[in-house]
Write a protein that binds this ligand. Structure first.
Ligand code: BTN
Length: 333
């Protein structure tokens, strides 16, 4: 989607700041444009979902903004230096990850984001689909260029998951039980609320780019959840009971992620381990991990400085570390 026209943007800010009626005449005079031009800009804002009332003799009034992750709405809440400073918005995308990968290959700057209202082919890990209906959630992919060894790349998912827990905390009541499920999911009250799909390109000793794709169930209602995920997924609205402001959530997530990401690039994962362990869904529980080399089982006793999951065999206290895989809690008989 093209950027919002600068004049439409100005009209939007003027309407927002005034909080009341602004006459068409005042807008024409201040912006040095014709009445017809003002009308055209008002119409294009309405087409985007802004509710703008107009009454003869009183003028225009903004009564509601759409709950869409529009770039200028996100930017209004951003406190970052790099992340989200350039955002491409798509009303409908196949998936935001390939769009961000394409941009990364074309030299997009670190922090460039692609955001969509809806994804037709939302991608999850392990080639699973990611439920991506319109008007509800956040689908965001951010381009990063970490100056780290490619081997350390999987740790990015842990950093993003931790940033997500902080962003969720800002929206949920104290009583909500927010957890990271190693290596890259966020759970709230035992339901999956967010997932991360990191795709990257590197050579032996250098990362070209990493695209961190983040999906968050924000305003799904129970009845929106399709059968396949009805028992395992949840949303911030289901847990918190109120509608989440999508652009504000997106900005807040990037505000959390940026300082964590730069600290991790500089100092590694060690400083984040206490928080990761405190937030862990699996900690001290018996788990199974499906890895490429087969199934591993044990008690999840912690995370290593290089992002691996420590599994202890309760029979002989032997410990092993796994670095990637699909993890599940072992049901207790
Ligand atoms: C998972 O838990 O399996 C990862 C889900 C990742 C979903 C996000 S939504 C934004 C980005 N675009 C995609 O197609 N996938 C990621």
């Amino acid at each position: 989607m093209k950027k919002l026209h600068a004049t439409s943007q100005t009209i939007l800010s003027v309407l927002r700041q005034s909080g009341g009626d602004i006459s068409g005449e005042d807008l024409c005079r201040d912006l040095k444009i014709s009445r017809a031009a003002v009308w055209k800009h008002i119409q294009s804002l309405r087409e985007l979902g802004y509710a703008i009332g107009s009454a003869t003799h009183r003028g225009y009034r903004l009564t509601a903004a759409p709950n869409l992750p529009l770039p200028w709405e996100i930017e209004g809440h951003l406190e970052t230096a790099r992340l989200g400073r350039e955002i491409e918005y798509c009303a409908v995308a196949e998936s935001t990850n390939p769009l961000a990968i394409e941009a990364a290959k074309n030299q997009a700057a670190e922090g460039f984001c692609v955001v969509a209202d809806q994804q037709k082919q939302g991608r999850g890990r392990l080639r699973r689909p990611w439920f991506s209906p319109p008007s509800r959630n956040l689908y965001l992919s951010v381009v990063l260029r970490p100056p780290i060894a490619p081997l350390a790349l999987p740790q990015i998912s842990l950093i993003a998951a931790l940033a997500l827990t902080r962003a969720c905390k800002d929206w949920l009541p104290e009583s909500a039980d927010i957890r990271v499920k190693w290596p890259n999911d966020v759970f709230v009250n035992q339901g999956k609320v967010a997932g991360i799909l990191c795709e990257s390109a590197s050579e032996t000793d250098r990362v070209h780019y990493a695209v961190v794709g983040i999906g968050v169930n924000l305003n799904l209602k129970r009845e929106d959840l399709p059968g396949e995920i009805a028992d395992t997924a949840t949303s911030l609205q289901i847990v918190g009971g109120s509608e989440v402001d999508r652009p504000r959530f997106a900005a807040n997530l990037l505000n959390h992620l940026e300082p964590m990401y730069f600290a991790w690039c500089r100092d590694g994962l060690a400083d984040f381990l206490p928080e990761l362990e405190e937030m862990s869904l699996m900690r001290d529980r018996q788990v199974d991990v499906e890895t490429v080399s087969g199934r591993r089982s044990g008690i999840a006793v912690g995370i290593t400085e290089d992002g691996g999951l420590r599994l202890r065999n309760p029979q002989n206290d032997h410990e092993e570390v796994v670095y990637c895989g699909d993890i599940s809690l072992t049901p207790v008989d």
